[in-house]
Write a protein that binds this ligand. Structure first.
Ligand code: SF4
Length: 293
């Protein structure tokens, strides 16, 4: 071997070899329609090169005239996204365990900046100890803090839960209201929590739940350019048919947990892959858009 010439080392993860094998399976073409223009992909397009650093594909193609027609919120593209989400996540619902609107409201308040798994570990003992809304209302927030400490931000959450119990007892006869305007007057309840309660418990599609997963994936799929949850919700309400609002949010949340995770999304396994142009994809058969992430 000539001096200074090193043999090529295999990737540490083996990902590159795996990707090449995946590329030879032609799974996407077989599984997906050969649709162009507004959908933003062509099943027959050549695969892009893999980047050296990540083993991830990068686009080497120049913009095409047909790309001018690409509209990420075209009805045809959105409909295809919904169709594939339905096929992949047909029966998903809220992962927070609950037996009443009140329990769901409390669980949703506790889920801020916390995993649903952690909340589900906390709430059984919480509702065993304080079975009625009145039990929470009778507490000082400091008394509740030890019971919900493991969910994080426990001081604010304690104030919200105790305040919510007092407000619902005082103004709504002890019944969690089923109207957005009224829910928004309850301490600790913003549109996300209100949408969870309205959609999951009351089956009312007044809005779209926008949590961290919906925020990230809406941007990756170019259904919204905003980073602001209220604006993202407005954008989604314009492009997603109203009858889909509840299920769409559940599906996207599950998609965010299973495949479209924040770091290193599993694009090679994703049913939306050739509709997605996210700039932080880990594998792609279509051009990526650097602002979509
Ligand atoms: S292709 Fe990747 S980035 Fe796009 S939605 Fe699927 S997992 Fe997320």
């Amino acid at each position: 071997m000539a001096r200074g010439v090193m043999p090529r080392r295999p990737g540490k993860s083996g990902k590159q070899e795996g990707l090449r094998r995946a590329g030879s399976r032609v799974p996407l073409k077989a599984a997906r329609p050969d649709t162009k223009s507004a959908l933003g992909f062509s099943a027959g397009r050549a695969r892009p090169a893999l980047s050296k650093a990540e083993g991830a594909p990068v686009s080497t193609s120049k913009p095409k005239a047909s790309d001018k027609k690409y509209n990420p919120v075209a009805a045809e593209r959105v409909s295809e996204i919904l169709k594939r989400l339905d096929a992949t996540y047909p029966d998903v619902t809220c992962a927070l365990h609950h037996n009443s609107a009140w329990e769901l409201l409390v669980a949703t308040i506790l889920s801020a900046q916390c995993t649903d798994v952690r909340v589900n570990m906390t709430t059984p003992e919480l509702f065993r100890k304080y079975p009625r809304m009145e039990d929470f209302a009778a507490l000082k927030p400091e008394q509740l803090e030890p019971d919900i400490r493991s969910t994080g931000f426990f001081r604010n959450k304690s104030k919200s839960v105790v305040g919510a119990a007092r407000k619902i007892l005082a103004d709504f006869g002890g019944q969690v209201p089923d109207e957005m305007d009224k829910l928004l007057t309850i301490p600790g309840v913003a549109r996300k929590t209100a949408n969870v309660v309205l959609g999951t418990w009351f089956k009312k599609n007044d809005g779209v739940v926008v949590d961290t997963h919906v925020t990230r994936i809406s941007r990756r799929l170019e259904l919204s350019k905003s980073e602001d949850a209220p604006k993202i919700e407005q954008d989604l309400m314009k492009v997603i048919p109203r009858q889909n609002w509840i299920l769409f949010a559940h599906q996207i949340i599950w998609h965010g947990r299973k495949l479209c995770i924040a770091r290193k999304p599993k694009c090679v396994e994703c049913p939306l892959e050739n509709l997605c142009h996210a700039g932080d994809k880990t594998w792609s058969t279509v051009e990526t858009h650097k602002n979509a992430k």
